[in-house]
Design a protein around this ligand. Structure first.
Ligand code: ADP
Length: 516
């Protein structure tokens, strides 16, 4: 680098002459936050560098002069190739050199500079020169960088907030003072308005009239500024008409002036919780009902046991103590004792069956069964037990055999026959029919008894249920016979049902598949 001699002897005069343009110019150049340079376009060597270069980069004029590569060597490695290429292009008369780059000062620190240079005529007439100016822009760059960083940070923050808003498991909305939705997140749209926009819509549109009043009442303290946050439960109606339960929390968001900016409201869909609570409540009620039935059952059973035992005890005491009973009387008493004992036995069997049924231990011994035979035998026994009733059989002569458990089927038929007789205390006909189609065998037992009130028809097959009369006193029973019969028929993959008219009689029927 060749320095111009005048630079070596700076003019130190403090008072300028007003016409000394050179002095004024030099003062200006030396005071500027930039340095000027002139370089030879032929070899890019610096011919002149103004004194500010010393201040800006820390190298003395002598150092600049002694090392022609000082500038190039101190360019930041990331930018060196680009800067040198652009500079040599400008030196060759290409486009002017306009570069921003980092350069290392003598103290090792990099600073940012803006370097503008262009090709010009050498005023001394020696050909062309490159003249340029280098400005220290580190401060500006740092500011720019921190502004850019702050911008990026705030963009990232708002992106984060947007993604929290949109992916929140809660439905979130902003409401204006009139309850109009000004923003709604995805979850809320899914919850209340799938596939439709919510912005601009009033929250009231998602509430049934009775709930509008409710929610407005709960909202009031927030409106009136008495509280900052409020939460409650509400039933909302989705756009598709479905009702849901939500837990909502609303808070006031104020503007910098302290006035209401918007209400922030969050919704949590707790329909599932409500459904579970309702189900728990229903099953509690069902448990309660069963408990009541069970305690009724215990009192009925104890009563029935006592009645049967009292009969046995009474008749046997008469037989023991009376001296001159005729054989016919003895036979009568023995028959009564026997029937009470049978009744006790049946009740115990039913209770054990019920227990077996409830614990899923009831099983079938399946074989080929002639159901007509089961009916004939059962009716034979029923005739003996219920002399007041007239039993009639209408059996299907072509009834195919079914695969079933004979004892269990006999139990069902005996139970239906005994009910038919029990619940027609006036006597009357009991008709037993069988028939079949391609797939099933059906049995029907019709009595002319008291019948079952319509409202109880669907309950007779439930555990412990007994209806229509003061059961504990008049007609003996435990309420277990029909549920056990139903379980047996269902184990055969069949079904059992009843048709009845109160005061006229009932028909209990069951059908089982032929090959079950
Ligand atoms: P139980 O006869 O021991 O009470 P069941 O389970 O056999 O128990 O019958 C349940 C209830 O159904 C009876 O208490 C009775 O109210 C009613 N019921 C059953 N069969 C008849 C019938 N043939 N006629 C009228 N009511 C009947």
């Amino acid at each position: 680098m060749t320095a111009v001699g005048a630079e070596e002897q700076p003019d130190r005069r403090l008072t300028p002459r007003s016409d000394d343009e050179g002095w004024w110019f030099r003062r200006m150049v030396e005071a500027a936050p930039a340095y000027f340079y002139i370089a030879d376009p032929a070899n890019s060597k610096t011919l002149y560098r103004s004194r500010q270069a010393e201040v800006i980069l820390g190298y003395s004029m002598a150092e600049w002069r002694d090392d022609p590569d000082l500038w190039a060597d101190n360019l930041h490695p990331d930018e060196r190739d680009r800067v040198l290429a652009e500079f040599s292009e400008a030196s060759r008369g290409g486009k002017p050199f306009r570069a921003e780059y980092r350069i290392r000062r003598k103290d090792g620190k990099y600073i940012w500079v803006r370097d503008h240079a262009s090709l010009a005529e050498d005023p001394s007439g020696h050909g062309l020169i490159v003249q340029g100016v280098v400005l220290d822009v580190t401060e500006q760059k740092t500011l720019e960088q921190s502004a850019r960083l702050a911008l990026m940070e705030s963009a990232a923050k708002s992106k984060f907030i947007d993604s929290v808003f949109d992916n929140s498991p809660l439905g979130v909305a902003k409401l204006d003072a009139h309850w109009r939705i000004t923003e709604a997140n995805r979850r809320l749209r899914e919850m209340l308005s799938p596939g439709q926009e919510m912005v601009g819509v009033s929250l009231a549109e998602f509430l049934d009239p009775e709930w509008i009043e409710n929610v407005a009442e709960e909202f009031r303290p927030l409106w009136q500024g008495e509280v900052e946050t409020i939460e409650a439960e509400a039933q909302v109606r989705r756009r598709d008409g479905e009702q849901r339960w939500v837990h909502w929390t609303a808070s006031t968001v104020k503007d910098p002036g302290g006035d209401l900016d918007y209400f922030l409201i969050m919704f949590e869909d707790n329909s599932a919780k409500h459904a579970a609570e309702a189900a728990a409540m229903a099953s509690l009620e069902e448990l309660d009902r069963l408990n009541r039935l069970k305690s009724d059952f215990i009192s009925i059973v104890s009563h029935e046991f006592r009645t049967a035992l009292t009969g046995i005890q009474g008749f046997s005491e008469i037989m023991r103590d009376a001296d001159n009973l005729s054989p016919a009387e003895i036979k009568d008493f023995a028959t009564d004792i026997n029937s009470d004992a049978l009744r006790l036995n049946r009740m115990i069997t039913e209770m054990l069956d019920m227990d077996r049924m409830e614990s899923g231990r009831m099983t079938l011994q399946v074989a080929e069964v002639d159901i007509n035979e089961v009916l004939e035998e059962s009716v034979g026994r029923a005739r003996a037990a219920h002399p007041l009733h007239h039993f009639r059989l209408e059996l299907d002569g072509g009834l195919p055999k079914a695969r079933a458990d004979t004892d269990r089927l006999t139990q069902v038929v005996a139970n239906l026959l005994s009910n038919a007789a029990k619940y027609s205390p006036e006597g009357g006909e009991i008709l037993v029919r069988s028939k079949h189609d391609f797939t099933t065998v059906t049995v029907g037992i019709t009595d002319q008894g008291m019948g079952i009130p319509a409202e109880h028809l669907d309950k007779v097959f439930q555990r412990y249920e007994r209806f229509g009369r003061d059961a504990t006193t008049k007609i003996m029973g435990t309420g277990l016979g029909l549920p056990i019969s139903r379980q047996i028929i269902e184990l055969h993959k069949g079904r059992i049902w009843v048709e009845s008219e109160e005061g006229k009689g009932s028909t209990f029927s069951f059908s089982i598949p032929i090959g079950s």
